[in-house]
Design a protein around this ligand. Structure first.
Ligand code: FAD
Length: 540
């Protein structure tokens, strides 16, 4: 299979079971996807197995920034900040539509504060080799009135605006997976690893996995198995060693979406919380999303961590302080998501103070486990992991790492120019052209060629996107299309409930669903949307 085609899911399962792979990767988040892509680039045969949907874990729940993290500089993590700050340009080269340049605006109360933040930002820029037009600028009250009128200028008369890059986490994962698949990898979602297969000498030689859609079990053989299961890495390590010590500290991060006309933010905003942390307010589609919290999470890892009233209060407070003319409350929340950061535990440290660096270990049966890390550093993290795979396979580690364009990323001139050309060529309105370029980059024409009628009149989704999601990006459920391929559920939530039926009908045709399966799928998606926030909270 050279494309991620959900209509051939059963064939892909059968193929997994009858081949011997160099590497089996467990987990289809950014870590696993990056490893699959890098391993293929080094000539390895690769199988990647994802329990739920690709990117359904932490890699669709981030703040969606390709950034070095100014905050980590204050924590003294200079090496990590340098690596990720430099990596921003590389990701932008590989996929300009998935690393769009934006101003991050840091509002400041006094001249002294301005000086302090400018010094920090100048260091950040030096570490990231930022130059020319991308260097930070100061905004005074007049600039703020023009550029970011939602901010309270009396309280915050100054601001520093510096460059950051806005990505789409789930689409970055899909782009990496598609690059891996184009190079021969077999990547299968909705297939959960239940057991490790050991050789007579107790070396891990593959996995047994069960498909959650069909119930079918498959044994997949590989010379090396990489555990890239994010918040679930410990559960996988315990399949190798029931007594494996705990290495992770999970931290929950919540984002809330408000209609953009209720919270009309223009740039990316960096707001300080009462406990001295920072959160972002980011305009996207028809919403402004606000996050994130960073609190210790002691339950079992889950794809949908619960959002609590305390999380919402925490995020609403700074909004009231910075944007008093746009007051928003619980009833203004139109969508939300929460995710779990798989951080490396350090005794005595609270989760907010933990480093975001990654760590790779090899277990007693040879299972290669990766913990920690950030979306931004996925490429270099993949290099470190595949270097170890090379070693285990007895090959010379190449020392290099691929920076070839990702699918959809091979265009010059920027997203605005690409969108303008597409709008003229395909007779699209500017809004639709920009939205599609943001999702599909230079592949916009191919998506539109599959169908350009709106799925529902007046809603932001064309038929070709559903077909593309199923036949090129492995979407097996309605939820996969709405939440992770098109991101409509999060960025265009006003009509999302109406889209469930028509998307389901289209997928049923393509995937041969029975009427019962179709009904189950629709119901499941309705429930998912209803459960994003606690119902009792919404009623109060
Ligand atoms: P995941 O994305 O969770 O992938 C692991 C996968 O393994 C999951 O899909 C899971 O279903 C699968 N899996 C689990 N068990 C099994 C099994 N038994 N069999 C098969 N598959 C299995 N980073 C940035 O660079 N920029 C940001 O702006 C940013 N913001 C963040 C905001 C929040 C709130 C959070 C939580 C994190 C943020 N991060 C950010 C960090 C970044 O999102 C994570 O580091 C990254 O997504 C982790 O990816 P992963 O692939 O390791 O884990």
């Amino acid at each position: 299979m050279t494309v991620l085609d959900a209509t051939r899911h059963t064939t892909a399962l059968a193929d997994l079971g009858c081949r011997q792979f160099d590497v089996v990767v467990i987990g289809g988040g950014i870590t696993g996807a990056g490893v699959a892509r890098e391993a293929v680039a080094r000539g390895m045969s690769v199988a990647l197995i994802e329990a739920e949907d690709f990117a359904s874990g932490t890699s669709s729940r981030s703040s969606k920034l390709i950034h070095g993290g100014l905050r980590y500089l204050a924590m003294g993590d200079v090496a990590l900040v340098r690596e990720t700050a430099l990596e921003r340009k590389v990701v932008r080269r590989m996929a300009p539509h998935l690393a769009q340049r934006r101003w991050m605006v840091l509002p400041v109360r006094s001249r002294a504060g301005l000086l302090k933040f400018r010094t920090a930002i100048a260091t950040y820029e030096k570490l990231g080799a930022v130059e020319g037009d991308d260097l930070h600028r100061n905004w005074n009250t007049a600039d703020l009135e023009r550029e970011e009128p939602v901010l309270d200028r009396e309280r915050f008369p100054f601001a520093v605006a510096y460059r950051e890059y806005l990505t789409d986490d789930a689409r970055l994962v899909i782009a990496n997976l598609r690059a891996a698949v184009a190079g021969g990898a077999q990547c299968v979602n909705h297939l959960k690893v239940a057991r490790l297969l050991l050789s007579p000498s107790a070396r891990v030689r593959g996995v047994e996995a069960v498909c959650s859609l069909s119930g079918e079990a498959v044994k997949v053989s590989g010379s090396v198995v990489v555990n890239a299961a994010g918040p679930w890495v410990e559960a996988l390590r315990r399949l190798e060693d029931a007594d494996a010590p705990s290495v992770l500290a999970l931290s929950k991060g919540v984002h809330l979406c408000f209609a953009r006309d209720r919270l009309p933010v223009r740039n990316l905003l960096l707001l300080t919380t009462t406990d001295g942390r920072t959160i972002f307010a980011i305009p996207r589609g028809e919403v402004t999303y606000v996050g994130t919290t960073d609190t210790a999470y002691s339950g079992a890892a889950t794809v949908w961590p619960e959002i609590l009233a305390a999380d919402i209060d925490y995020l609403l407070e700074p909004l009231a302080r910075y944007c008093p003319t746009a007051p928003v409350g619980v009833s203004d929340i139109v969508a939300a998501w929460a995710g779990l950061r798989p951080l490396i535990a350090q005794p005595g440290k609270a989760v907010v103070d933990l480093s975001r660096k990654d760590e790779v270990t090899v277990g007693r049966s040879g299972l290669v486990t990766v913990a920690g890390g950030k979306l931004t550093g996925f490429r270099l993290m993949a290099r470190r992991i595949v270097d170890i795979v090379d070693e285990v396979l007895g090959r010379d580690a190449s020392g290099g790492v691929t920076d070839a364009p990702l699918p959809g990323g091979d265009f010059a001139g920027g997203c605005d120019e690409l969108a303008a050309r597409a709008a003229a060529r395909c007779e699209l309105d500017d809004h639709t052209a920009r939205r599609l370029v943001g999702l599909y980059g230079s592949e916009i024409d191919e998506v539109l060629a599959l169908g350009r009628d709106l799925i529902v009149d007046g809603a932001d989704l064309v038929d070709g996107e559903v077909v593309w999601a199923v036949t090129r990006e492995g979407a097996c459920r309605i939820e996969d299309v709405l939440y992770r391929r098109t991101r409509t559920a999060l960025y265009q939530p006003s009509r999302r409930a109406e889209l469930i039926g028509p998307i389901g009908d289209r997928m049923a045709e393509m995937l041969g669903w029975s009427p019962r399966r179709l009904e189950d799928e629709k119901l499941r998606t309705v429930r998912l949307m209803a459960d994003e926030l606690p119902r009792d909270l919404l009623r109060s």
